[in-house]
Design a protein around this ligand. Sequence first.
Ligand code: FES
Length: 104
Amino acid sequence: MLKLNITNRNGELVSVVAAANQTLMEVLRNRGDVEGLCGGQRACATCHVHIDTAWMGVVGEPGEEEAALLDFSMEKQSNSRLSCQIDLLDAMDGLALTVAAAEG
Ligand code: FES
């Protein structure tokens, strides 16, 4: 289990305990923090998050296709990731992230 520090779209900081071996999007979608409309197929970007920059080394940079989708986002930042592309690992205990504003 690992702890996630999530700032949701209302600007509220919530700490959540989650199991590893699932995607970050699944945790956020179950909480209603993101829509995850495409189910993790890298097609909707409704799972967009901003990773605390101190954690980018652990979480890693987006892959090529993920980066291409993020390029279409008005909310894109250097620490942007699609949460469906992040598999939660025990090493991510304490991960801090902010859910990007909804678009459209
Ligand atoms: S859930 Fe659609 S891109 Fe992540």
